[in-house]
Design a protein around this ligand. Sequence first.
Ligand SMILES: [Zn+2]
Length: 88
Amino acid sequence: MDDEALWLDGNAVAGLLHEVFQTEMTTVQRGCQSCGAIRAVGAHRAYRGAGTVLRCPVCGDVALRIGVLPDRHVVQLAGTWTLALPRP
Ligand SMILES: [Zn+2]
């Protein structure tokens, strides 16, 4: 299977990211732990399967994993993220 067909850009999961973080996430800058690239979350590659995975657009290393369970989201972040989250 062609690798290009397997992924979408990070903007494709903007709705899920907003649900999890309660704020606009696609413009957040992330620093990659492997290659050092700093890119907007929306520029990352999104893969969907049993969960959602975002990968660095430069080196392909994992940036984020989200598992959606009936009562919660399970989130793993990798690299450097600076989030400005709204206060309740
Ligand atoms: Zn990278």
